[in-house]
Write a protein that binds this ligand. Structure first.
Ligand SMILES: [Zn+2]
Length: 120
């Protein structure tokens, strides 16, 4: 799916304090304790839509289907699916299959939310 800048390296998983990224402007200063984000966390909120996705999922208790997320995000479904895949790649979301639907939930135990305190 197109080029993915800087998303090919995996070997830094054991070493979270390597490269950091500045906190994106759309992540509110009031709720973020970090000014620098590790690569995994930057993957989660480094894109405005992805951060919004995290916020929406963070507010829902039982999780949401891709359809519901698509309606909420006002994006095309393949775009939402792509963002969900990126979130899954760093374990930030989990999903369960119910019939033909996938229900996505935020994985609050994920590194980003527990250790790096990504706000949502
Ligand atoms: Zn992190």
């Amino acid at each position: 799916m197109g080029k993915r800048n800087g998303e090919t390296k995996k070997e830094s998983a054991q070493e979270p304090h390597g490269q950091t990224y500045p906190r994106p402007p759309w992540v509110p200063h009031s709720v973020s304790t970090e000014d620098d984000l590790c690569p995994d966390c930057f993957k989660v909120v480094g894109e405005r839509s992805r951060y919004k996705l995290v916020c929406i999922l963070g507010k829902s208790d039982g999780g949401l289907t891709v359809g519901a997320l698509t309606a909420e995000m006002k994006l095309r479904q393949p775009t939402v699916t792509y963002h969900l895949q990126v979130l899954r790649s760093v374990d930030a979301v989990a999903y369960t299959r119910e019939g033909r639907e996938c229900i996505y939930t935020l994985n609050r135990n994920a590194h980003c939310f527990e250790e790096c305190k990504i706000p949502y």
